[in-house]
Ligand binder design. Structure first.
Ligand code: AGP
Length: 614
């Protein structure tokens, strides 16, 4: 997934674009570049491989001026991350320049056709065919927007683009086809912005328009028009974003991930906001549009997601099957879309996605739609494709999550799942008003319990000091905490590059216990619940084989001190909500280990914040 920014207005456009790219660097950081129209009306491009800091240094040495510019941070798909493949890309006559997010699946045949017509290519990317086509259409007399429309008709695959031309210096043209990451218009006073994501332009304006797939927009300093790819005008909704710009900056924290971990009590309060009516002991999810007819009809729920969001779905299964007695299947979105799942008009398919733009998750949702399913989504990014696609949604309200490793989006999606389980349970007649009151009270206490887990940060730092040189790590859990073992392993491996595995503790004796020795730290989730004694037995088996065990235990549990080498205590939490609290130490342990290993916590190698390509 790449980051795109465009600007037209009275400010120094290259500065606005560079600042926006800094806010988007988490989307991809293989290379970066900016193109501006200078005072002579010529397109000037600066670009470099690697982090944005390299481009920033170039711009300090050779500044760019201009009132209109576009920029890009790249997560390479086609063409190695080199200077020659960095965006922006110019047409061969230097009259049109482009930034692009997505994949042109038929770029080889388009490149062959254009080469046969005499076009000289300057990169190995799929992207370049777009700008060469657009420039040729403009050379044939078409306007920039018409050239863009014609060009898009040739493209197969999902793309989001911004075009700028020296022959039309008072406008930018942007468009999106398919799910290649969003295109957001920021509406200023005598200035306009384009960005892949809200944080890039939130400091300038809160008024935003989100392009749908197969829409394009033409922006000038004081106007914008949106149309479909046949040129028919569209009247889009203008959203007012309530996020505060501060939430999109690090503040006193060292990393976005650290800030977002400590942001979780507030985020959960925002997630609960307006949804619990204590007076009437009821829980409201108005955006879900749950009618009695729909509740009557739905007899199965499929949860589809990727990565951390998939692990949230595994926790959600326990919550919803326990409280609502609705059968739940949880599947990786990348698997769901290819194995012909049993889905029909009586199935609800819930996607869980922080970005709302993950290609596999969107494709799974669209497949479910084609099989008559009801689509629900738990999503953080307001205005994202996943939110717009769904028949009903539960926004996470976590605020922007910048760190590539997902933390507050994970815990707020667990809260959304619990809210959904309570509402479904009540509507399906499995939860009485008195029980609903208790669930509401449990949820209300959650931010405080999470806050208490965060207070133990010094302990997690000490453990990180002890274990940051480990080469492998094993995370064990059972029941509703088995997904937390998986999530703890993912957090550790994706930011510290230590190989880590999450495993259902009961499975250890069927093979993995062969891994245990004094070089294999084992983190076991042994908080108080019906499986406590089973977990104690697993801890004993691991230690009997020389394993070093770190136990995550409930405050007040003295027995565990005899069983484990290290103990992390968390506050006593109702079992169905315990994953929200139990994940906190795992997030911070991974964070501190990664910091001690000198890893790039917010932008781990090879990763991007949202994977908008297959
Ligand atoms: C989580 O730490 C990872 N960054 C990754 O697994 C992420 O959860 C996954 O790509 C899904 O992203 P989404 O929630 O935006 O769909």
């Amino acid at each position: 997934m790449c980051g795109i920014v465009g600007y037209i207005g009275p400010r120094q456009a290259p500065d606005v674009v560079l600042q926006g790219l800094k806010r988007l660097e988490y989307r991809g950081y293989d290379s970066a570049g900016i193109a501006a129209l200078d005072d002579n009306g010529e397109i000037v491009v600066r670009r470099d491989v690697g982090k944005l800091a390299n481009l920033t240094a170039q711009l300090q040495a050779a500044p760019l001026d201009g009132r209109i510019a576009i920029g890009h941070t790249r997560w390479a798909t086609h063409g190695a991350p080199t200077q020659r493949n960095a965006h922006p890309h110019l047409g061969m006559n230097g009259r049109v320049v482009l930034v692009h997010n997505g994949i042109v699946e038929n770029y080889k045949e388009l490149r062959d056709e254009l080469t046969a017509e005499g076009v000289r290519f300057n990169s190995d990317t799929d992207t370049e065919v777009i700008v060469q086509l657009a420039e040729r259409y403009m050379a044939g007399g078409l306007s920039l927007d018409e050239a863009a429309r014609r060009t898009l008709r040739h493209l197969e695959g999902a793309s989001a683009i911004v075009l700028m031309s020296a022959d039309e210096p008072d406008r930018l043209v942007c468009a999106r086809i398919g799910n290649a990451g969003g295109i957001t218009l920021g509406l200023g006073d005598d200035e306009m912005f384009i960005a892949s994501d809200i944080p890039a332009i939130l400091e300038y304006t809160r008024r935003m328009v989100f392009l749908e797939s197969r829409q394009m927009a033409v922006i000038s300093t004081d106007n914008f028009t949106v149309m479909d790819l046949d040129g028919r005008a569209v009247s889009p909704k203008i959203h007012t974003i309530s996020w505060d710009p501060v939430s999109a900056v690090k503040g006193e924290f060292k990393h976005f991930m650290q800030k977002e971990i400590f942001d979780q009590p507030r985020a959960i309060i925002d997630t609960l906001g307006g949804r619990i009516d204590h007076e009437n002991s009821s829980i409201h999810l108005p955006e879900m549009n749950l009618t009695p007819e729909l509740i009557e009809r739905i007899d199965k729920l499929f949860i589809v997601a990727c990565g951390t969001s998939y692990y949230a779905g595994l926790v959600g299964k326990y919550m919803i099957e326990t409280l609502a007695r609705l059968p739940v299947e949880v599947e990786y979105a990348s698997e769901f879309r290819y194995y012909n799942p049993i889905v029909d008009g009586r199935t609800a398919v819930l996607s869980i996605t922080q970005s709302g733009e993950t290609a596999d998750t969107l494709a799974a949702s669209e497949q479910a739609r084609s099989q008559e399913a009801t689509l629900w989504s738990i999503v953080n990014a307001i205005g994202s494709q996943s939110m717009r696609l769904a028949d009903g949604s539960i926004p996470m309200h976590a605020g922007p999550e910048i760190g590539v490793a997902s933390t507050k989006a994970f815990t707020t999606s667990l809260v959304d799942l619990y809210l959904l389980a309570c509402v479904l349970g009540n509507l399906r007649g499995h939860i009485s008003p008195a029980e609903l009151r208790r669930h509401a009270a449990d949820l209300t206490r959650l931010p405080t319990l999470v806050g208490r887990a965060l207070e133990k940060d010094a302990e997690y730092q000490a453990l990180a000091e002890r274990f940051h040189k480990a080469r492998n790590f094993l995370f064990l859990g059972r029941g509703i905490n088995y997904p937390i073992a998986l999530e703890g392993a993912l957090k550790l491996k994706e930011i510290s590059y230590i190989h880590a595995e999450g495993y259902p503790a009961g499975e250890m004796k069927h093979g993995p216990i062969a891994l245990i020795d004094e070089t294999m730290p084992v983190l076991a989730i042994v908080t108080k619940n019906a499986l406590y004694d089973k977990m104690i037995s697993q801890v004993q088996q691991a230690r009997a084989r020389g394993g070093i065990v770190i136990a995550l235990a409930t405050e007040g549990d003295e027995q565990i001190r005899q069983e484990a080498d290290h103990v992390i205590y968390v506050p006593d939490t109702p079992p169905l909500l315990s994953p929200v609290v139990n994940v906190i130490p795992l997030q911070l342990l991974s964070y501190h280990i990664a910091v001690r290993r000198g890893a790039d916590v917010d932008q781990p190698r090879n990763l991007a914040k949202s994977v908008t390509v297959e």
